[in-house]
Design a protein around this ligand. Sequence first.
Ligand SMILES: C[S@@+](CC[C@H](N)C(=O)[O-])C[C@H]1O[C@@H](n2cnc3c(N)ncnc32)[C@H](O)[C@@H]1O
Length: 255
Amino acid sequence: MEKCFAHSTYTAATITRAFRTELYILREKSPFNKRFHLPLRLKEYMKEPFWEETYKVMDYKTLGRPSPEIIQLTKTMPENANILDAGCGDGRNSLYFASNGFHVDAFDISSNAINKIRKLAEINNLALSCKECSLQEFHFEKYYDLIISSGVYHFIDKNIAMEFIDKSKKHTKLNGYNFIVVFIDTLPIPEDLKDIAIGLYADHEIKDLYFDWETKFFKSYEFEDDHPGGIHHKHAANKYIGKKLTTASPLQVNK
Ligand SMILES: C[S@@+](CC[C@H](N)C(=O)[O-])C[C@H]1O[C@@H](n2cnc3c(N)ncnc32)[C@H](O)[C@@H]1O
């Protein structure tokens, strides 16, 4: 597997944090769990995003199950469809597609994520190729039936995300799809993500970037979730699924 970009802006995890996160995960998985928080909150120890610790734990699904719309999309994909998951994390969406017989290319900037998803794909004998890579560095080498980017674009500079969106549109096959989830600016970003959520979107902005595609699904919503260390988040997001109806993509960014 190619390793295109070895890069980490995060500080090293402390033993304390790793130990407490393990404890949290054990409690989360306990049949007696009633979704309590650890008495010792981890927040002050979290110098890197919450997901990095759980990416090191093989049988913990960092963001839970695949999105319901992803499950629906598996039913509309042509046989042998090629799928790209940009910023795949520990693979809730990629692994689901691969386990349904599709070929998946997945990449993420996190080496912990890629190590985990690679092992899970090997163990389950899935057709999934993955590499450690950033959106900034990724080179499209083929055309895809579906490009997924779930919960990633708001973590990168907006100009770079726009360029990637432009390339994604161009490298989607005719009648292919893009699936996107982005945080929007109608709610403040939770404290522990403030430094890295640098590219929030306005409500409907992501849909407007696909003005030349058919909107198959759009939702503007708020949700709450819990993560290791007693971290509670409230987010506002847009979820978009678009279908490419023509090979011409008039969106030209930064040109
Ligand atoms: C909230 S997680 C979402 C993971 C996955 N897409 C999902 O829905 O389960 C955000 C992911 O974006 C990745 N990420 C952040 N910046 C990135 C970049 N510049 N290039 C590639 N991946 C990036 C992180 O490493 C992390 O795995």
